[in-house]
Design a protein around this ligand. Structure first.
Ligand SMILES: C=C(O[C@@H]1C=C(C(=O)O)C=C[C@H]1O)C(=O)O
Length: 100
């Protein structure tokens, strides 16, 4: 293995170690977010509130698009990602509503 290939392998290993730590942060962050959304789902079910709140969702999408632009992240990707998470949360809320 040439010195350049060895150096590239070390650089790759460094990036992958950082990616692994960041993925752990993402998973723990999502876990914490879902703890709060589950509590919101129970609260909504107990008070007969609708599972989805489109006004709140639109505010969040706008906020996340703005944050994404400032963080050099594709705002369309940020929007798709948040919509994906919100869709899952709404399913949880419907489940709470059906079982309360
Ligand atoms: C968590 C809530 O319920 C739903 C899920 C949302 C979310 O995951 O951020 C936002 C709005 C609601 O459609 C809420 O109303 O705050």
């Amino acid at each position: 293995m040439s010195d350049t290939v060895k150096l590239a392998a070390e650089v790759l290993q460094g990036h992958r170690a950082s990616i692994d730590r960041l993925d752990a942060i993402l998973v723990y962050t999502l876990g914490e977010r879902f703890k709060h959304t589950q509590a919101v789902g129970k609260l909504k079910a107990e008070h007969d509130l609708p599972p989805s709140d489109p006004t709140r969702e639109a505010d969040q999408i706008a906020r996340l698009e703005d944050l994404a632009k400032r963080a050099d992240l594709d705002p369309e990707f940020a929007k798709k990602f948040l919509n994906f998470i919100i869709a899952e949360v709404i399913q949880h809320h419907k489940h709470h509503a059906d079982n309360t």
